[in-house]
Design a binder for this molecule. Structure first.
Ligand SMILES: [Zn+2]
Length: 94
């Protein structure tokens, strides 16, 4: 375990509950699954000048609860696969 492995405390913008965002060591950053902007981002091949960082965090429970809504918002097809995989792999128990 590296010293980076400590999870980050964040507040969910949906339910207003505090939760922990896991650190992803092999990517050397915090999990993007709990970052609302990750799901709603525009295609990154295009110019990034309009990117606004809303800094919204969403907890796993709300990710699951709002997954249909999120799926409709997603504009990048591969993110839909990412969401589906994440739901079946990590959120099954919630
Ligand atoms: Zn929540």
């Amino acid at each position: 375990m590296s010293h980076h492995a400590k999870p980050k405390v964040a507040k969910c913008f949906k339910c207003k509950e505090w939760f922990l965002i896991k650190f992803t060591p092999w990517k050397n950053r915090f999990s993007l699954k709990n970052d609302w902007d990750f799901w709603t981002q525009k295609d990154t091949n295009k110019k990034d000048t309009n990117k606004k960082d809303t800094n919204k965090n969403i907890c796993d429970r709300c990710l699951k609860k709002y997954r249909e809504e999120i799926r409709k918002i997603i504009t990048i097809p591969r993110l839909r696969d990412t969401l589906r995989r994440y739901m079946s792999r990590e959120l099954r128990s919630i």
